[in-house]
Write a protein that binds this ligand. Structure first.
Ligand SMILES: [Zn+2]
Length: 173
């Protein structure tokens, strides 16, 4: 009998079902392990290189946090490092700290800040690579449930970002 799968379930199961199981199980050959004893019946998981396996074993640690940070901050500060509070340029000696998103003190307005302060990047407590991946996966049309699973965050956060990007489209046409 055919199993009826509703649309939502289909979406949630997504890629895994399309691309197959994570492991193939292989029965080990009977092998003598010394003293005349045989190791029998053992099964080992043989991992196969295929898209379904890569998806199921995906980890945000594959991405370089520093590269994602640089990429995102440069989008938000196209004219260089600036105090997000008063807008003055960051003095040369502190520029590196700024791009590393370390705590800063502005010599002009005297306020403490991070490069992410007052930007959407600080809206939810995510790493730069998580934010980068959410944007990437939304751009690829991956469903939010799957994105939350892959990125390791609550799906509400994915919806938050989706809403943010949709808002940008409305603003800029
Ligand atoms: Zn300032």
């Amino acid at each position: 009998m055919m199993k009826v799968v509703d649309k939502k379930e289909k979406m949630e199961k997504g890629i895994d079902d399309l691309l197959g199981d994570r492991h193939e199980w292989v029965d080990m050959e009977k092998k003598e392990i010394g003293n005349g004893e045989n190791q029998t019946g053992a099964r080992i998981a043989k991992r196969t290189f295929k898209p379904g396996v890569v998806v199921s074993e995906f980890d945000v640690n594959f991405l370089d946090e520093g590269k994602c940070r640089k990429y995102l901050l440069e989008i938000f500060y196209p004219e260089g490092a600036r105090c997000p509070i008063c807008g003055k340029l960051v003095p040369e000696k502190s520029v590196q700290r700024f791009w590393e998103n370390k705590k800063m003190k502005c010599p002009y307005c005297g306020k403490f800040y991070f490069a992410t302060s007052k930007t959407v990047l600080s809206a939810k407590k995510l790493s730069f690579r998580q934010i980068y991946l959410i944007a990437l996966f939304l751009g690829l049309g991956v469903n939010p449930y799957k994105i939350a699973e892959l990125v390791g965050c609550d799906k509400k956060i994915v919806y938050y970002w989706r809403g943010y990007f949709e808002g940008l489209e409305v603003k800029h046409g």
